[in-house]
Design a protein around this ligand. Structure first.
Ligand SMILES: Nc1ncnc2c1ncn2[C@@H]1O[C@H](COP(=O)(O)OP(=O)(O)OP(=O)(O)O)[C@@H](O)[C@H]1O
Length: 275
């Protein structure tokens, strides 16, 4: 169980500040999701948290700054599912998932029975067992995305960073993957920070949302406070209707612009109330 603290973090790339003065506290076992338009700085902030991009300010996981650690130590502390992971040539799915065990394998040593057991369990959980011997270069986008998550979970790090982890997944697999992460959060106290474009999904799975715009925090709080028609219109230039489902969850419905105001839009299903 680990608490993540981000204190006044800024990142400048090619002389442009793309993340400015962001602070965030993520209690152990909770899930924070970054939302915001393209180029807002979500991926860069995740990279700063992971300690893989130079930044000012401080990132700490239980008092330790990932940026100050060597790669093995960092990988034991924080696991990352990047937005565009590379596919190593000629590597099987099993070997790819086992890469996640690298921080536990001794120098010049081989994987232990425990490493193989962890990887095997993840192959089953993420429905990769039948394709374990296939080359990762041959997988569909969704199959590979599940392999990337399996590799990250194999690290058994207390903090998991997810950058658009479901962008290639069909609806069913997307829900299964996010439910799995949520289970790990609830059962093992995994601390999760994700970046998601799907605002409904973002609201359903996170305890706290942070809306980034031009590298700065434009709003943050529970989904109902961040996912408002006004904020989405202002910052995304999108016309949406925000609804509340039966469980109190926020549902963001994009509206096609046909020259009518949101109030004139087609009536919605009876089981969905206006938020
Ligand atoms: N290596 C880099 N060098 C220079 N600029 C960069 C670099 N990486 C990202 N940027 C710029 O930083 C800004 C933030 O990019 P970032 O990828 O963090 O945004 P994002 O919110 O994740 O966007 P998206 O939703 O499109 O994935 C963008 O303007 C991007 O062009």
């Amino acid at each position: 169980m680990s608490t993540l603290r981000v204190d006044r973090v800024s990142v400048t790339l090619l002389e442009r500040t793309v993340v400015r003065d962001v602070s965030l506290s993520v209690p152990a076992g909770s899930w924070v999701t970054l939302v915001g338009p393209n180029g807002a700085g979500k991926s860069t902030l995740l990279r700063a948290i992971a300690g893989t991009v130079e930044h000012s300010g401080r990132v700490e996981i239980d008092g330790t700054a990932p940026a100050g650690l060597r790669s093995r130590g960092r990988a034991r502390l924080v696991a990352v599912v990047p937005q565009e992971p590379t596919r190593p040539d000629g590597m099987t799915v099993l070997d790819y998932v086992l890469l996640g065990r690298t921080p536990y394998v001794p120098y010049l040593g081989t994987e232990s029975a425990e490493d193989l057991a962890v990887a095997g369990e993840l192959l089953d959980t993420l429905e990769l067992r039948d394709i374990a011997t296939r080359a990762v270069t041959s997988l569909s986008g969704g199959e590979f995305q599940r392999a990337v998550l399996a590799r990250a979970l194999a690290q058994q790090a207390p903090v998991l960073l997810l950058d658009e982890p479901t962008s290639s997944l069909d609806l069913g697999h997307a829900q299964q993957v996010l439910e799995l992460v949520d289970r790990l959060r609830a059962d093992r106290g995994l601390t999760v920070v994700s970046a998601l474009h799907d605002l409904t999904t973002a609201g359903q799975f996170a305890d706290h949302l942070m809306l980034l715009v031009d590298g700065e925090v434009a709003a943050q709080g529970p989904a109902a406070e961040v996912l408002t028609e006004k904020l989405i219109s202002t910052h995304y230039g999108a016309r949406v209707r925000v609804l509340t489902d039966q469980d109190g969850g926020v549902v963001v419905v994009p509206l096609r612009t046909r020259g009518c105001a949101p109030a004139d839009a087609t009536p919605l299903p009876l089981d969905v109330r206006r938020g």
